[in-house]
Design a protein around this ligand. Sequence first.
Ligand code: IFM
Length: 730
Amino acid sequence: MKAFTVYEDKYNNKNIVNNGNKFMTGNGYMGFRGTLEEYTKNELVACNISGLYDKQGDSWREPINAPNGLFTTLIVNGNEISLLQLEPVEHMQSIDIKEGIHRRNTIWDTKDGKIIVKAERFISLEDFHLICLKYSLIVDKQCEVVIKTGIDGDVWDINGPHLENYILEDQNGLIKILSTTQELKVPVVVAEICKKSFEAKEVIEKGEKSVIRCIEFKAEPNVEYTIYKYVSVYTGNDETSNAEQDCEANALKAVYIGYEKAYNEHIIQWKYRWDVSDVIIEGNEEDQLAIRYSIYQLQIIAPVHSNKLSIPARGLSGQTYKGAIFWDTEMFMLPFFLHTAPQVALNLVNYRIRTLDGARKKAEYYGFKGAFYAWESQENGEDACSDFNVTDIFTGRPVKTYFKDKQVHISAAVSYAIWETYKFSGDIKLLLRGGAEVILECARFFYSYAYYKEDKDRYEILDVIGPDEYHERVNNNAYTSKMVYHTLDVALQALELLKKGYPKEYLELVSRLNYSVEIANIIKFKEKLYVPGPDKKTLIIEQFDGYEKLEDCSLTEVKSRLLDPKEYWGGGHGVASNTKIIKQADVILMLYLFRNQYSQEVKKANWEYYEPRTEHGSSLSPCIYSLLSCEIGNEKWAYPFFVKTANVDLTGETKQFAGSIYIGGTHPAANGGAWMATILGFAGLNVKVGEITINPNLPKTWTKLSFNVIVRGEKYLINITQKDQKIIKL
Ligand code: IFM
């Protein structure tokens, strides 16, 4: 079905990096970039492992890429036949997002005749450690062929190498690479077994970091020669007492099951996922594909297998942004999972509960109390964010950024997500098993962070960075202050809930956290916290103190001041820093989240004011402008921002550099944002205490929008047309 297939039917080596993102496959345990079989680290091949990080020397900690068990290339009559050597006459690369299958089909016209390679692969949703590849060759003239296939351990790293102590093995048809990470010495094992549909001689070649089979045979014209590769990936982080043994056993099991059965088991799991999460848009094929593709991207990175993991800002597409978890997960991805995969949503918030101690350490480090969550969080919640997150494009020098120190809104995002999950599910266990503790610790952090201004008799949140990262160290950022207020509010609500319904647990928590004094502090703090509001005349909410005094020039003007397209726009010397140009939705995000507390006039005035001043330099931005437009009832404004969000990884038109640092990869927050814009925006879905309402305003070309949601264990089907709407309990 067209609306389930993403493909390219021409080869262009300029697209190699983007296609690595666009044609991603994965299963939450690992992500495999959409690279082709003959590619190596130079083309950014990556089998990216979720939740396993390493540090090399003084450089950033980042997730590891496992050895590539799919590596395969071809030699025909002594000549290498590869896209890297030879232009094809035909080439197609595709991803079937319905079944999570990556395919390629390449035809070369050579002096030795026509050579056709077809390959199909999947990262199993049934067995999280398994990758399968079916690779076929057809020639039209008799020729001598060597298929070189095996495990390439020379992996792509940004700040590597992360793997060391390579042991290369080859026993009874199984080849294997064992290695360990440098910092924590965690074993990483990849085993491969290859079965063939034909007779051939096989020789094993071992390189410094690779084990390759050379499958040699005489190929007859028009016969299809197929190999099946079963690749198993394990690490010492898995629930296993022996990663090596389990890895081998898993590869053997896969061979026993066979390709067809493994394939069928995999696609059945995809069917289950789509049964709940599919969104049908009739009337506009591009939008249909784009929303499904966004959902696909979220599904391939969802930590279904573990309640200890969350989702990094660039998914499992590589090591960009240190493979770290940002507020992207809580504010942009969580809603999709809450409505369609409640267990995954719980896993995501559980990650924050599990990493509370990391947040406590960070607060203590800066001299505060409570929990200051990491701006870039890795396995233990410690902050991976560097003090110098950008490199100056002209001097090559690191630029001091305050993301880690001052984006305190991260703790509010964590509290917000826990409270949203609690409200959505109605499950008090979430609060009893750590959720309330996190919220209380975040509230405590904000109390210790705030300033009491005696002259104004109010608390202020000073010296922060809001969502708009171009303006650092500002005072009274409206978004941050509002989110702090929300944290205090839900902290008090959580305390009240526990006190009434669970007095024993309440007393235990309050005494363990030594919180009795804090309660009085928080009540007072909430009463006197200053949250900037709309100006009486203009209705504009000033993004932070002094924003109005900044230079009010156009986006085009700011862009024209760039001396280099890769220049960083923010920080001390950025072209945007002293202007009103902002990176991403800030006040607008606040107005969307707290939409019931602001009038339509305020929302409209601020949208009109801030939109022309927003660069949308972050992929987190357009979806929020779309959502607020829907809230205002202006579908015309909303639609282009939906299109931008939903196509971000299809077009690859995003910022690839911050200074000289590569920030490319997939954009799960935008993928989640596309779902939000469609379901919460155009359909106007609202779930309150288990009750569903909708308030649709479909784009003009959409004749029908249909989707499912799961609310408190019940599944609902929602059908919306331009004239009609129905919520059906299934
Ligand atoms: O979390 C975002 C931030 O808001 C903008 N810069 C990129 C981060 C990761 O997506």
